[in-house]
Design a protein around this ligand. Structure first.
Ligand code: ADP
Length: 355
């Protein structure tokens, strides 16, 4: 993507300062994800009681839903030292060894995009996670010596947007695997109100409701849209975020009432106009809309599926009757049934089970 996309769920350049200010610090400040929070409270309580390092935790889900925030919260709640890295940043085994050797006893290593670890690094992580040992080969050739180094007891918190791309040996080494879900509009509304309080901007209920409906169930996007609405309110409005300020901001950004922008609509229109509504293979679709397949699968599709506009089937992607209606088009008569819900089955296509 060349230009900045306001609905991009990944962190944008220059956004870090806001993320840090707005990030909840404690579990009880973390809004939503109730079942996950209950589970985390339990493993935190157990580890504290036993005075042990927390077990390894894997957090899965689309970007912007709070994985990094939770890693920070877990470290805070355990009063543990936190080291943050990512799969592609650990370039070789030596780099991993140096990170692990420098961890404190009970320390937490957060590995973002853990599905992108290289194979050799991933394989040396197995004994480290399991036995707190690191197998190290010193020297090269005939004189090479293999050593087993002892590591402090530490915790890996892994984050991934693609659970399906994680090898099963790696997944099996996590004692706890959790999935973050999109937030409900009520939860996003609460997040927006909390952020507005921290940013000291006045917002009314109608403004918060409208923002919540367009944030794609994603806190990072909600916070970004809030900042854009704040700009509008301060520059063109009366200094407070109300329905008019949000509507004007969203019109400027071309974000529609379902929280879709031009790119989302282009994906749906492509399936409808070029491929007769689908099914179309994901690789073909990615080329048609000039996006990476990975971006399409991680960033665009989850929300379109959540809205019921898109279905992933074993034969490819399918636009639903709801998508036609959203684009102002009439779905082919044969697909229509009560409510116009997603209906890939009736077109002889098996919905695919995906994680
Ligand atoms: P991820 O690591 O999944 O991409 P982050 O943890 O970086 O997402 O979250 C993005 C931003 O969204 C954070 O800076 C934080 O301000 C906000 N956020 C995420 N989850 C919550 C939540 N449950 N409550 C309040 N704010 C949240």
């Amino acid at each position: 993507m060349t230009e900045e996309r306001v609905l991009e769920p990944e962190e944008a350049a220059g956004e870090e300062q806001y993320e840090v200010t707005l990030r909840p610090r404690r579990l009880d400040e973390f809004i939503g994800q109730a079942p996950l929070k209950l589970n985390l409270e339990l493993i935190l309580g157990g580890a504290r009681r036993r005075r042990e390092a927390l077990e390894h935790v894997l957090l899965c889900g689309p970007p912007g839903l709070g994985k990094t925030t939770l890693a920070n919260i877990l470290a805070g709640e355990m009063e543990a030292d936190l080291r943050v890295t990512s799969g592609p940043a650990i370039e070789h085994q030596g780099a991993l060894a140096s990170i692990l050797m420098n961890l404190e006893e009970g320390g937490i290593l957060f590995i973002d995009e853990i599905h992108r670890l290289s194979r050799p690094v991933e394989e040396s992580l197995y004994p480290a996670m399991e036995d707190f040992k690191f197998d190290w080969v010193a020297g090269k050739g005939a004189g090479a010596q293999s050593m087993r180094l002892s590591l402090p007891h530490f915790t890996v918190i892994g984050a991934t947007t693609r659970q399906g791309m994680l090898s099963s040996p790696l997944r099996d080494r996590f004692g706890a695997v959790y999935r973050l879900e999109f937030y409900t509009p009520e939860e996003i509304r609460a997040i927006v109100l909390r952020s507005a309080r921290i940013l000291e901007i006045e917002i009314d209920g109608a403004g918060a409701d409208l923002l919540a409906g367009r944030s794609r169930g994603t806190p990072r996007i909600a916070n970004r849209l809030l900042r854009r609405a704040r700009d509008w309110a301060q520059v063109k409005g009366a200094g407070r975020i109300d329905a008019a300020a949000v509507t004007a901001t969203m019109d400027l950004l071309a974000v529609d009432a379902s929280g879709l922008d031009e790119l989302d609509r282009r994906i749906l229109r492509t399936i409808v106009e070029k491929y007769g509504g689908g099914p179309v293979g994901v690789d073909t679709l990615a080329v048609s809309v000039s996006e990476e397949r990975e971006t399409l699968e991680d960033v665009f599709e989850p929300y379109l599926i959540q809205l019921g506009f898109l279905a992933r089937t074993s034969r490819g992607r399918v636009a639903t009757a709801l998508a036609y209606t959203h684009l102002g088009l009439t779905p082919p008569a044969a697909w229509q049934r009560e409510g116009g819900r997603a209906d890939p089955d009736r077109r002889g296509i098996e919905p695919e089970l995906f994680s």
